[in-house]
Design a protein around this ligand. Structure first.
Ligand code: TRP
Length: 471
């Protein structure tokens, strides 16, 4: 191809874009609620260990594959193995996962936008908990609202990805990420002044193993994976826009630390608010969309805090969505020679359409109840089946990401040539000493860990009576 391959404008730009991919709904919506459900304490500690010993090595592997091959996932596996190799399947799986994940991720991102809007126009202040619960049900069940916000969110994502690596992804990350950190800091500082802060701090950090189960450990492991955007080649794609001599070890560490900091700060701002108004930390997925608005409705300054929080959530979701779309787009640019504009419109447009059933899952029989009775035959979710939205989430996080992550770890550890691997890892880094530690983790610890997550997620461990939960 005559056109030169796109590259990041600066190291900081890459780090912010990669952090933007990692920091998302996973940090601000999911991590707090699974921490709540697992009782905090030990769960948080185990999560931190999973990030350091499983997530971080895989992130390094992904960036190494992309940066060495200077190619998006499918092409990267070909360049580093051979044409027609079965390893290419891992790349294909990643591209497919991008379509699946973004299609429903965008629906949830749409909820964050809707909440931003109503917190500004109607405000939650003065509403009763029941009214706020009804607000969520009304949104969840409304085909019109879901379709509107899903479409708007996809349109914005498409617009940014279309502008390219430097003028789209990088520029956007440079504006949104510092804003996100600032908003989070403001909310966190506010939380430190509330009565619930001490209690929340103890809840999150004091060693408490009471509620921790083997299933909880595997949940921490699986989440360390999702929160760092691993397992589908997003970091391969972002790494492919790096120069060969850039330090990938320091970059991976920085991104992981940023991601973890945001997840912990999110807990440290949400739980004090929850405790101050006497709500339950184990509220599940409704924590952010129901409990938090209820809390803001009763707090001084809540009318300002609520929109701040939902803008934060929207920005976090947007930079992640951009990375998901970029994986699909880069495939069509690199492998099919498409122009970026065409690739973005076709991929983004398809994802918009594929997301429609998810947007309608709460409000129509077709994609809600009827689809659910169909999936019952798959014996998933304790035989209850899933609506379309939950089904996509289930397939992506339980099957596609762990399988992709396993493939990536095995590929980087065993298949990539020893010389390319060692030189790639050591290029431009002060951390060359960590090389063997990384290889050993990647060869043995990571595959076993990922395999356990996978077996748990698809219910094998449960059937063997080893853990309590499963689909
Ligand atoms: N990491 C993001 C989050 O925490 C989600 C995400 C973006 C993702 N890109 C990804 C997850 C790629 C897996 C793979 O919300």
């Amino acid at each position: 191809m005559a056109e030169q391959r796109a590259q990041w404008g600066s190291r900081l730009g890459f780090i912010l874009a990669a952090a933007g991919s990692a920091v998302g709904l996973g940090n601000i919506w999911k991590f707090p609620y699974i921490t709540g459900e697992n009782g905090g304490g030990w769960f948080v500690l185990i999560y931190l260990m999973c990030i350091a010993f499983v997530g971080l090595p895989i992130m390094m592997a992904e960036i190494l594959i992309g940066r060495t091959a200077q190619n998006s996932p499918v092409g990267a596996f070909r360049t580093l193995s051979r044409p027609g190799s079965p390893w290419l399947g891992v790349g294909w799986l990643g591209v497919a996962a991008a379509f699946v994940i973004l299609s429903y991720y965008s629906v949830v991102a749409g909820w964050a936008m809707h909440y931003t809007w109503i917190s500004l126009t109607e405000t939650f202040t003065g509403k009763s908990p029941e009214q706020i619960g009804d607000t969520f049900d009304a949104l969840f069940e409304s085909p019109k609202l879901n379709l509107f916000w899903h479409t708007l969110f996809m349109a914005i994502t498409i617009g940014i990805v279309m502008a390219g690596v430097r003028r789209g992804l990088e520029l956007c990350a440079k504006i949104l990420m510092p804003t996100l950190f600032l908003l989070l800091l403001v909310l966190f500082l506010y939380a430190t002044t509330t009565d619930g802060f001490g209690k929340a701090f103890t809840f999150i950090f004091a060693p408490n193993a009471e509620k921790l189960t083997p299933a909880g450990v595997l949940e921490a492991l699986g989440h360390s994976f999702f929160t760092l955007s691993l397992g589908m080649g997003a970091m391969i794609t972002y790494g492919s826009y790096l120069k060969r001599e850039d330090d990938l070890v320091a970059a991976s560490i920085t991104v992981s630390v940023l991601d973890t900091t945001v997840a912990l700060l999110a807990c440290l701002m949400l739980f004090p608010i929850i405790f101050t108004v006497g709500l339950e930390p184990a509220a599940g997925p409704g924590l952010v969309f129901i409990s938090i608005p209820i809390a803001f409705a009763q707090m001084p300054g809540g009318a300002l805090l609520a929109p701040t929080f939902f803008v934060l959530l929207t920005f976090a979701a947007l930079t992640s969505a951009i990375s998901l779309l970029e994986v699909a787009v880069s495939y069509f640019i690199d492998e099919r020679g498409w122009h970026r504009v065409k690739a973005t419109l076709v991929c983004g447009g398809s994802i918009l359409v594929i997301g429609i059933p998810s947007a309608l899952s709460g409000g129509t029989k077709l994609f809600g109840e009827s689809f659910q009775s169909l999936t019952k035959y798959l014996h998933v979710n304790e035989g209850k089946g899933f609506n379309w939205f939950d089904f996509f989430d289930y397939v992506a996080t339980n099957w596609m990401l762990p399988l992709g992550g396993l493939g990536i770890a095995l590929f980087a550890a065993w298949r990539v040539g020893a010389k390319a691997r060692e030189e790639g890892f050591k290029a431009g880094t002060k951390f060359a000493k960590l090389y063997w530690g990384w290889v050993l983790l990647l060869r043995f610890v990571v595959p076993i860990a990922v395999l356990l997550v996978f077996l748990n997620a698809i219910g094998v461990l449960q059937r063997l009576g080893l853990t309590g939960n499963g689909p």
